[in-house]
Design a protein around this ligand. Sequence first.
Ligand SMILES: O=C(O)CCC(=O)C(=O)O
Ligand SMILES: [Fe+2]
Length: 257
Amino acid sequence: MKYKALGFTKTETKQPDRCEFFMLSQDELTGLAPAPQYPQPVATGLTAFGSYLAHARPIVELICRVLAMNLDLPPSTFMEKQSPTSKSGTLIRLIKYPASASEVDRRTSLVNHTDMGTITLLAGVLGGLQILRPPTESGGDEVWEHVKSEPNCLIVNMGDALVQWTGGVLRSNVHRVTYPPGEQAAYDRYSVAYLIRASSDCKMERLQGGRIPDKEVDGNYEDDDILADDWERKKNMALISGKDCVKSTGGNPMRGE
Ligand SMILES: O=C(O)CCC(=O)C(=O)O
Ligand SMILES: [Fe+2]
């Protein structure tokens, strides 16, 4: 388990972020890794997190099966790469964004990023999450657009691992969190993000078959020889060092399109 204090990372204006979070490792929650000493608020909710995982996994599985089937791949293709019984960096992030009561607090709370893993499930009540719409084909600008929370609904993000495995057919969208719109800005914002990562020893090589474009055709062999753990480390380092800037990747045509 890890904790990120308020203001530890920077936003696009180099100001401190406006969120704090606990990161609960799935491996630690399920016993694949030794359980840490949880702080009291987390310790008292441990059974709820077990139950959350039990409810969330079938949702992730359904999404992954549908994605694979639409790519003419065996339905279990993505699930085999992120089995909950193998070690991974999968985590539940419990996030608190303080209320944006004053004008100076009305700014980015969590900097723009793409999620690194496969699928993310987001649960929350207040607004503030925004996605960056890609430029239109006619040359229109990129625009930040609010994503509205709906009762009984989760928000689903696709992450960079799905882009990598599908040779850029699936897309990981750039998103950020800003202050909630209207009167909601006066309230603390809480969200729960379930960030699924590939199994640590899973190959990040592009898949073959189905509607996945052939590597030989586009000549892109990037990261073919890397395992998930090292791939995530490499991406993190590139971001921290400023070598890589956040961009939405994917959205390429499927094979035969
Ligand atoms: O709090 C949210 O709505 C988004 C959180 C998020 O993007 C993340 O944890 O990666
Ligand atoms: Fe995210």
